[in-house]
Design a protein around this ligand. Structure first.
Ligand code: LLP
Length: 432
């Protein structure tokens, strides 16, 4: 990993990370606005401005906070939400309703009502009951709702099986099946309360190869053709999901967005040309690739346990509660001692968290300078699915989040207090 240092300290977006740890405490998430914007600009330049009728919808599950949604809004991007909480965050950030797309494999009636009341731009239908549900709610509210069908394109992906979603045996999406998908399409076309726009897929996450996306685009276009032939209906929009891989360690070799988007667009445009079909709008839904590398986590090292000839554990003041990915997906990370960032590595240690769980190991066998209690460990690439999957196991508080921009740093999420951890707890009368 390349990184900047000054006076031996790790510098992040112009900020001294040791000073950030002192000022805001640890554990701390630090997000560089500059780096988030750089990713957005790459998307603007190589996708949005390069092609007609294309959009980017940030998958807010990767990192949903009011400040982050403001950055996304400033870019003119759309937003993908999957729950009442993510939608509520978008509403509170004044995110334009028509630029919101709602995904989710089991949206509740309340969530659908909330989305339709706010007037979200699209609802991505992901279950067989949903068209009827949406139509009933829309009828009552005298609205017409734009929908897409999330399909399972049945393509194989190379990623951790926990984050692959495009296969037939998946809780996500509707299988492309004569008895399953087509009656839904017919219903959507015939139902006046819904405006059937097209198809959506998301094949998986943290992908470095474009083959799965390309195969799925081909399958979606076959469907587009079939819908035209069978129902004389023109599909206006296709959403190709997210999933573009990022660098967690030097072993990861991420590709530019254009590695995925250029060939996908080429296939779409060639189809339109060949079939004399009007070009549908094309949407992509990246989450991780916009925020992962912009975020780091800072922890203070406490207990150090040396098992001679076996392993040296250095424990941090957080762990799987602020980054569950190693425990959940065997995800690998790397990092540095932020206060000795220019020192050569002299020992191999295992950075462990403080949760009561053996899988709470943040980085196994990392080379660091001599570690002492009080050192600050900075983990790279924790911007996606770190804060958003943080939890209160062991009643550890959810850390604060700081946003940096060229030397400035401000808290965008305050540290959870101990009172907040128990604020919803009640002792029933019969225990008094
Ligand atoms: N669109 C849909 C419909 C999705 O389900 C997802 C991710 C995305 C877009 C964004 O994918 P991305 O560009 O971030 O790869 N917690 C896991 C990742 C779960 C992803 C779920 N869906 C992790 O930490 O690796």
């Amino acid at each position: 990993m390349e990184f900047e240092t000054k006076n031996g300290h790790l510098i992040w977006d112009g900020c001294d990370t040791v000073a950030l740890a002192e000022k805001f405490g640890t554990p701390l998430y630090v997000f560089s606005q500059t780096m988030i914007e750089e990713k957005c600009q790459e998307l603007q330049r190589d996708f949005v401005e390069k092609y007609d009728k294309v959009r980017v919808a940030f998958a807010s599950k990767a990192f949903s906070t009011l400040a982050m949604l403001k950055i996304i809004q400033q870019q003119g991007f759309s937003l993908d939400v999957v729950s009442d909480g993510e939608l509520y965050t978008a509403i509170k950030a004044d995110f334009p309703a028509e630029q919101i797309e709602m995904n989710g494999n089991n949206k509740s009636i309340e969530e659908l009502e909330m989305a339709i009341d706010y007037g979200v731009g699209r609802i991505i239908v992901d279950s067989l009951q949903e068209v009827d549900l949406i139509a009933a709610i829309a009828k009552e509210k005298q609205k017409v709702v734009n929908i897409l069908f999330r399909i399972t394109p049945e393509v194989n992906v190379t990623t951790h099986s926990f984050i692959s979603t495009g296969q037939k045996d998946s809780k996500f999406g509707i299988p492309i099946d004569e008895e399953i998908l087509f009656p839904q399409i017919k219903k959507a076309i015939d139902t006046p309360e819904v405006n059937f726009l097209g198809f959506h897929f998301h094949v998986g996450s943290q992908l470095f190869d474009n083959q799965a996306h390309l195969a799925a685009v081909g399958i979606a276009l076959d469907l587009v053709k079939m819908v035209k032939e069978r129902y004389n209906y023109v599909i206006e929009e296709l959403n190709f999901g997210g999933g573009f891989g990022v660098r967690y360690t030097d072993a990861d070799q991420p590709k530019p967005f254009s590695y995925f988007t250029d060939p996908m667009m080429k296939v779409v445009l060639a189809f339109c040309e060949k079939e004399s079909y009007p070009q549908p709008a094309v949407v992509i839904e990246p989450g991780r690739s916009i925020v992962a590398e912009a975020g780091i986590s800072l922890h203070t090292i406490g207990a150090i346990k040396e098992l001679p000839g076996l392993r040296k554990y250095v424990s941090i003041d957080g762990g799987m509660t602020d980054n569950i990915r190693p425990g959940l997906y065997q995800a690998e990370y790397t990092g540095v001692l932020a206060n000795q960032a220019d020192q050569p590595a002299t020992e191999t240690v295992t950075v462990s968290g403080k949760a009561c769980e053996s899988t709470d190991i943040l980085v196994k066998d990392i080379q660091l300078p001599k570690v002492e209690a009080g050192d600050i460990f900075a983990t790279f690439s924790t911007g996606a699915y770190g804060y958003s999957m943080a939890n209160n196991y062991n009643k550890l508080a959810i850390p604060a989040v700081v946003l940096t921009k060229a030397g400035k740093a401000e808290v965008i999420v305050k540290r959870q207090s101990l009172d907040q951890i128990i604020q919803n707890e009640v002792i029933p009368d019969f225990l008094q």
